[in-house]
Design a binder for this molecule. Structure first.
Ligand code: ADE
Length: 234
């Protein structure tokens, strides 16, 4: 039986999901609240990780080791990077990577953790289910599949945006997906990152993100709910 782990960094990113969970059992581990229950009749464990790569990695490993999840989903908002992608559009990860890792002086490729692959591939069936769920719920919304890059920085300047584009040219940036993909990959757990654009990761990024965060987080969460229903029936 599938058991889906769901990670959102902030309360607003998991709120809509938690409202739809039945039979909740609360587990507190490492100061984190893991909500175990059923979402659309599918067994799930949902956690608010907190922001950033280490918080996300900690939750991913706990979900795998302690809660025995079979699939991992990361939901939330992100900053749009690729041209044509706008605020409240969607990105579904085909792969994830770090934009803030630099061991180039040591002879490694940019954005690459020594000894690891540069990118971590998302599970193609989960990518398809997430894309189908987006098209079903939001038929007029732009939903693209692409590379998601993560780092421990909110990207809110044109200068940083251009730098990241030149490093790895991602579809969007956020602060957790690559850490979750990294942990899922080494544990051989299928994963996907689902992100709604709250901002353009540019000079207006912080203001735009604050304005769109709730709506974006709810759109992404809605897609997760539909996707989980499909995963449960697989
Ligand atoms: N999450 C939402 N917008 C973001 C941005 N511009 N940079 C990093 N994480 C984000």
């Amino acid at each position: 039986m599938n058991r889906i782990g769901i990670i959102g960094a902030m309360d607003v990113e998991i709120e809509r999901i938690c409202q739809n969970i039945s039979g909740i059992i609360l587990h507190q581990v490492c100061g984190l609240d893991f909500l175990e229950g059923f979402l659309m009749e599918t067994p799930v464990v949902v956690v608010r990780s907190g922001v950033g790569k280490v918080n996300a990695a900690l939750c991913a490993q706990l979900l795998i080791t302690k809660f025995k999840i079979t699939h991992l989903i990361n939901t939330g908002v992100a900053g749009a990077m690729t041209s044509g992608l706008g605020v409240l559009d969607m990105v579904i990860s085909t792969e994830v990577m770090y934009h803030d890792v630099d061991a180039t002086n040591w002879g490694y490729e940019s954005c690459t953790v020594p000894g690891m692959n540069r990118t971590f591939p998302a599970d193609s069936s989960m990518v398809k289910l997430a894309t189908d769920a987006c098209k079903k719920n939001f038929p007029s919304k732009l939903c693209i599949q692409g590379l998601i890059a993560s780092g421990d920085q909110f990207i809110g300047s044109n200068e940083m945006k251009e730098k990241i584009k030149s490093l790895c040219n991602p579809a969007c940036v956020e602060m957790e997906g690559a850490a979750i993909g990294h942990v899922a990959f080494v544990n051989r757990i299928p994963f996907v990152v689902i992100r709604c654009m709250s901002d353009m990761a540019d000079d207006n990024g912080e203001t735009t993100a604050r304005f769109n965060e709730k709506e974006g987080a709810n759109i992404s969460a809605h897609i997760v709910c539909t996707m989980v229903e499909a995963l449960g029936s697989h």
